[in-house]
Design a protein around this ligand. Structure first.
Ligand code: BGC
Length: 234
């Protein structure tokens, strides 16, 4: 888990990025305790600041509604209310890929982009954000499109490449399937690729063919933090 203080006029981190390993099992009480420690690590400058939290789940009206890679206790949890009460300030949860999409929308590759931009994050799962004419359409969950009866992220995410120990070339073919299907369904005007692997786009991006331009995210490691913080502006 990571945290930082964000300057929202520039979309940049103005503190160190503090980090504590995600507690085993990622149950809500343990994640909350870690969040508290992270805020303390940020020091007095963070004392009165509102907080945005990006989280790998569907988030609707402050309630977390799914749990693909975290404890099932998050399903149906009133996350905004629970965390606001415990941390004594306004807190808003947002899906992690939606947060990364917001960072690109306000301060990155999707800024000023008309039509539909689809942001995808390739990591443990596959996250997605739909950005339409400057607005986020939340909770798109493209990583759960089906492939052979299962979520495609189990086969095409960056962690699937590592788990299956396959070459970049083979993984690129899996990704191509994913992006072709997404493009067929939604005809986006721009596709953005984020997540840790977007640091090494030369390993896979030249092998992906899409009708729409496909580009890497501007914000990588800090996308979630910046995007979650930007919720304060909405
Ligand atoms: C979750 C999404 C999340 C994505 C990336 C998926 O398993 O369902 O909510 O955005 O992983 O973390």
């Amino acid at each position: 888990m990571k945290a930082g203080i964000v300057d929202l006029s520039e979309g940049t981190l103005v503190s160190d990025r503090v980090r504590i390993p995600t507690p085993e099992g990622a149950t809500p009480p343990d994640v909350l305790a870690t969040a508290k420690q992270l805020v303390e690590l940020l020091g007095p400058d963070a004392e009165d600041l509102p907080i945005g939290v990006c989280f790998p789940a569907i988030v609707k009206d402050g309630v977390t509604l799914s749990a693909a890679n975290v404890s099932h206790e998050w399903i149906g949890l009133e996350a905004d209310a629970r965390f606001s009460e415990a941390l004594g300030r306004e807190i808003h949860f947002v899906n992690d890929a939606d947060a990364a999409g917001l960072a690109e929308l306000k301060f990155g590759a999707a800024k000023g982009q008309p039509g539909l931009t689809i942001m995808t994050t390739l990591g443990t799962g596959i996250g997605s954000a739909f950005l339409f004419d400057g607005k986020l359409v939340p909770n798109s969950e493209l990583g759960h499109l089906e492939h052979k009866g299962k979520s495609i992220e189990l086969w095409a995410s960056a962690s699937a490449r590592e788990r299956d120990d396959i070459s970049w070339e083979k993984w690129t073919k899996r990704l191509q399937k994913f992006y072709s299907h997404v493009e067929f369904l939604f005809s986006p005007d721009l596709i953005i690729v984020g997540g840790g692997v977007s640091k090494n786009p030369e390993k896979f991006l030249p092998g992906i063919t899409t009708r729409a331009p496909i580009v890497t995210a501007v914000h990588r490691n800090n996308a979630g933090i910046i995007g979650a913080a930007s919720l304060v502006l909405t």
